[in-house]
Design a protein around this ligand. Structure first.
Ligand code: DAH
Length: 373
C-alpha cells in the first residue's frame, strides 16, 4: 500500500519520480477494488479531509519544502487533486457495473426458481359436527340451561355398575333386554367385577352419586353398546343421553314437568308429551314417554308410523333399592327422592335428518358426512 514518502530532494526530477510513483499506486489500488465497501475505503484513503493521501501531500511534501519551491510543489499537488478524483470516480462506476452484472446473474437464478403462488393450493375441508353429536349436544344444552351439570363415565363397565347397583339382580330376566357384549376372559373374577361394554348410560347415575352427595342434577351423554344385529335402526354402537335429579321432595310431577319443558325447548312449544306405564328395574314407577310427532304435528305420517306419536325415552322415579347402593354417600331414601330418564339419540338423528339407515352414521363415508357441512 502506498505511503507518502518524505522528500529530501525537491529537484524537478525527484518531484517527477515521486509523482509517477504516486500515480502508479493510485492506478494499482483502483484496479484492485471489486466491491462497494472496498471502493469506499479507497475513496477515504485518498480523499479523506483529515488524513487522506491528498491531505498528507500538503503536510509531508508542501509544508517542509524550501520557500522558493513552495509554489511549484503546491501546483504539483493541486494538479494531482483532479487526477485522484478521476480514479475515485472510475472505481465507483466499475463497482457499480460489477453490481449490475451480479444483479442480473441473481435475476437469472431467481427466474429459474420461480414459483407460481397463484396456483390453487391443497384445500383442507373444514370439519363439522357429526349429526349424532349435534343432536346429542342440543339435548344436553337444553338441560344445561335448566342448571344440570354434564357427567361422563367409562364405556367399559363392570357388572356392578351396569346391572347390579341398578337393581338388576344376578340372573334377573331384565338383563336379557340388554343383550350384552362381555369382555372375554373374566370368568375368574367375582360376577360384579366382570367387565363388559356398557349397555346404557344409566351406570353413570351410580358413579355420579358416589362422587357427590344430594342434591344432584346431571345430564350424561355417551356411547353405549349392545349385541344387536345390524339393521336399519339397530347398531351395536349407539348413543344415549341420561338424566338424573335427586333432591328432597322430588315427585313424578317434577319428572313430567321437566321432560315436557325439555321437549318443547327441543322441538318447539306446540309439541305434546304423554307417559305410559313401563318397567325398568332401577325406577319405580317407570314410564315410557312419547312426543306428538315432530314431523306431522300429530296428524300421522310415515315417520310416526301414522300413530301421531313418537316414543323417545324411558323414565321413572329412582327406585329406593338403587339408593340403598349409595346410602353411604348420603342417599337416604327416607329423606330424598329422584327421577331419571334415558333417551336414544341416534333414532332421533335418523328421523331429523331423514337418514335411511343407522349404519350410515358409523361407516365414516365422507360422501355421507359432507352433506352435514
Ligand atoms: N337405561 C334404559 C335403557 O337403556 C333407559 C332408561 C329408562 C334410563 C329409564 C333411565 C330411566 O334413567 O329412568 O333402556
Amino acid at each position: 500500500m502506498y505511503i507518502v514518502p518524505k522528500l529530501d530532494d525537491y529537484s524537478p526530477e525527484a518531484l517527477d519520480r515521486a509523482v509517477t510513483e504516486l500515480r502508479q499506486a493510485l492506478s494499482r489500488e483502483e484496479a484492485s477494488i471489486s466491491s462497494q465497501s472496498e471502493w469506499k475505503e479507497f475513496r477515504d484513503r485518498w480523499l479523506a479531509r483529515k488524513n487522506g493521501i491528498l491531505t498528507q501531500l500538503n503536510n509531508v511534501w508542501l509544508k517542509p519544502s524550501p520557500p522558493d519551491l513552495k509554489r511549484t510543489v503546491g501546483q504539483v499537488i493541486n494538479a494531482l487533486h483532479p487526477e485522484i478524483e478521476h480514479f475515485v470516480m472510475n472505481g465507483q462506476s466499475r463497482v457499480e457495473d460489477i453490481r449490475t452484472v451480479l444483479g442480473s446473474l441473481s435475476k437469472d437464478i431467481l427466474a429459474s426458481e420461480r414459483l407460481d403462488i397463484t396456483l390453487p393450493g391443497i384445500r383442507r375441508p373444514i370439519g363439522v359436527k357429526h349429526p349424532v353429536l349435534r343432536v346429542m349436544d342440543e339435548i344436553v344444552a337444553v338441560f344445561k340451561a335448566m342448571g344440570y351439570s354434564v357427567g361422563k363415565g367409562p364405556e367399559v363397565e363392570t357388572d356392578y355398575y351396569n346391572f347390579e347397583s341398578l337393581n338388576f339382580p344376578p340372573n334377573h330376566p331384565a338383563r336379557d333386554t340388554q343383550d350384552t357384549l362381555f369382555i372375554a376372559g373374566q370368568e375368574g373374577k367375582p360376577a360384579r367385577d366382570r367387565l363388559m361394554l356398557r349397555t346404557h348410560t344409566s351406570p353413570v347415575q351410580i358413579r355420579t352419586m358416589e362422587q357427590q352427595p344430594p342434591p344432584v342434577r346431571i345430564i350424561i351423554p355417551g356411547k353405549v353398546h349392545r349385541n344387536d344385529p345390524l339393521d336399519a335402526t339397530h347398531s351395536p354402537v349407539f348413543h344415549q343421553v341420561e338424566g338424573l335429579a335427586v333432591d328432597t321432595n322430588i315427585t313424578f310431577c317434577d319428572l313430567k314437568g321437566t321432560l315436557d319443558h325439555a321437549m318443547k325447548a327441543l322441538f318447539g312449544s306446540s309439541v305434546k308429551t304423554r307417559f305410559y306405564p313401563s318397567f325398568f328395574p332401577f325406577t319405580e314407577p317407570s314410564a315410557d314417554m312419547q312426543v306428538s310427532c315432530i314431523f306431522c304435528g300429530g296428524k300421522g305420517c310415515r315417520k310416526c308410523k301414522f300413530s301421531g306419536w313418537i316414543e323417545l325415552l324411558g323414565c321413572g322415579m329412582v327406585d329406593p333399592n338403587v339408593f340403598e347402593f349409595v346410602k353411604q354417600y348420603g342417599y337416604d331414601s327416607s329423606k330424598i327422592s329422584g327421577f331419571a330418564f334415558g333417551m336414544g339419540v341416534d333414532r332421533l338423528a335418523l328421523l331429523k335428518y331423514e337418514v335411511e339407515g343407522i349404519q350410515m352414521f358409523f361407516e365414516g363415508d365422507v360422501r355421507f358426512l359432507e352433506q352435514f357441512a
